[in-house]
Design a protein around this ligand. Structure first.
Ligand SMILES: NC(=O)c1ccc[n+]([C@@H]2O[C@H](COP(=O)([O-])OP(=O)(O)OC[C@H]3O[C@@H](n4cnc5c(N)ncnc54)[C@H](O)[C@@H]3O)[C@@H](O)[C@H]2O)c1
Length: 435
């Protein structure tokens, strides 16, 4: 099939490269000329494991192209995926400007049947609005005989494991209105799911809602565990033991039950907020989501509170090390990363902040500038510090030489925001963790 992807970010680039890998011809378009220039020179604008090889292989095979203009490739397409960003607006709702711009552009240039698929995360009703915009442009051109369908195919990939998630999804959710759209989406996903066809077809509105519901549920589990962890600390229970205790209940399951320093990233915070706005617009107060977000904001301040309490507020002038800046391992994405809240608090408290992250430091530099010192590795970042904060659970932090670290730091204090160590492992460090 010939596929056009509009928006070549984490989702668009992975989607394009994976569909090309399956033998389709894929044309990627993005309005960011710098990004496109990098891609045309064989470089990636983002970090995602194994993506560079996949892109290179499919470009070399003549199945993956990076085009200047949508109008240049639109006529080739059987299917077009909208994968542009839908960031948070100032009122918390999803900003759909980019989605609607793409819809207008499609309407201006469309000359034959096209299945338009929304892969961006969008509120219920967006497909209807995309349809209206395309139809209005076709009407302006007096080209109402050109047919098109709009489907919803929300993406559930996780940064850091995006290719695996895309190629071996738990399920694919597809909202369609017509048999033709259903048939095209079936053909598209069949090669990926030969052994077990896990495409869940539903109506478009339900597909749009499914994506928000999934992220809201995940965020709820995290906030629940975080609040439980704080209570465990008060009553002398261990949240890790409690997690094992409840996670082994098959009705609950053990995923997304880890207490820590709060969720971040490009999806959970904005999607939870957007769903809350959808509820409000429809006359409903989603009380639970309000609490989920408040708990998360508080949780992002927990590591600083532990540090502050440990030194009885005497923190000004102390050096500290931050291990991990990305919102999770396997990515350089720093959107809404808990590390940013912690660093802001530490800087405001007069601390000297030394950071190290294996991949996110170039992105961090754009946000933090020279307000922090960038280390070469975990040892370099630990020189003379009064505390090491473990914020992102990169594998390379798992087995450091604690004795060597103890000889470098001013105070052997480890504050673990991800609960991956045990007191005995980190000797001679004093170990503080969540819950
Ligand atoms: N990142 C994730 O892990 C993830 C997972 C699932 C779903 N999503 C959703 O997928 C969508 C894309 O997310 P992302 O993380 O890939 O975003 P991103 O910011 O990495 O990429 C979006 C791209 O769209 C481009 N763009 C914006 N307006 C455009 C226009 N009018 N024409 C062409 N290109 C345009 C931008 O230049 C950018 O390169 C969002 O709705 C997000 O919520 C993201």
């Amino acid at each position: 099939m010939d596929i056009v992807i509009v928006g070549v970010g984490y989702v668009g680039l992975v989607t394009g490269a994976c569909f090309a890998e399956l033998g389709n011809t894929v044309y990627c378009v993005d309005k960011d000329p710098e990004k496109m220039e990098l891609l045309r020179h064989g470089e990636l604008p983002i970090y995602e494991p194994h993506l560079a090889q996949l892109v290179a292989r499919n470009r070399a095979a003549g199945r993956l192209y990076f085009a200047e203009e949508l109008a240049d490739v639109l006529q080739q397409a059987d299917v077009l995926f909208i994968a542009v960003g839908t960031p948070m607006s100032s009122d918390g709702s999803a900003d759909l400007t980019a989605v609607f711009e793409v819809a207008a552009e499609i309407g201006q240039h469309l000359s034959k049947y096209l299945l338009i698929v929304n892969k961006s995360t969008v509120p219920v009703g967006t497909a209807d609005r995309v349809k209206e915009i395309v139809a209005a442009k076709l009407a302006q051109r007096k080209a109402l005989d050109i047919c098109f369908d709009v489907a919803s195919n929300p993406e559930f990939l996780k940064e850091g494991a995006a290719i695996d998630d895309f190629m071996k999804p738990d399920r694919v959710v597809v909202g369609v209105e017509t048999e033709k759209a259903r048939e095209i989406m079936t053909r598209l996903y069949k090669p990926m799911l030969l052994n077990n066809f896990r495409v869940l077809f539903m109506d478009v509105r339900s597909a749009e809602m499914t994506k928000y519901a999934a992220n809201a549920m995940l965020a709820t589990r995290i906030s629940f565990m975080n609040e439980l962890a704080n209570l465990c600390e008060r009553v002398g229970a261990s949240v890790s033991s409690v997690r094992n205790g409840i996670g082994s209940d098959s009705r609950i399951g053990n995923r997304f039950l880890y207490a820590g320093c709060g969720y971040g990233g490009s999806c959970l915070p904005k999607d939870v907020r957007a769903l809350e706005c959808v509820a409000k617009e429809n006359g409903l107060q989603f009380h639970l989501l309000d609490a989920v977000q408040r708990v998360n904001e508080l949780q992002k301040t927990r590591l600083f509170a532990k540090f502050y309490d440990y030194f009885s507020g005497n923190i000004a002038g102390r050096r500290v090390a931050i291990w991990g800046l990305a919102f999770k391992p396997g990515t350089d994405d720093m959107r809404e990363a808990p590390s940013l809240t912690l660093i802001r608090q530490l800087l405001e408290g007069g601390c000297l902040v030394q950071v190290y992250d294996p991949v996110a430091m170039p992105v961090a530099r754009k946000i933090l500038g020279e307000s922090v010192v960038y280390g070469h590795d975990i040892y370099d970042s630990a020189m003379g510090v009064s505390a090491i904060f473990h914020v992102t659970e990169w594998k390379e932090y798992r087995m450091p030489d604690w004795r060597r670290l103890a000889s470098l730091v001013a105070e052997p204090l480890l504050i673990d925001g991800r609960n991956v160590f045990e007191v005995a492992d980190v000797k001679p460090f004093c170990y503080l963790h969540i819950g």
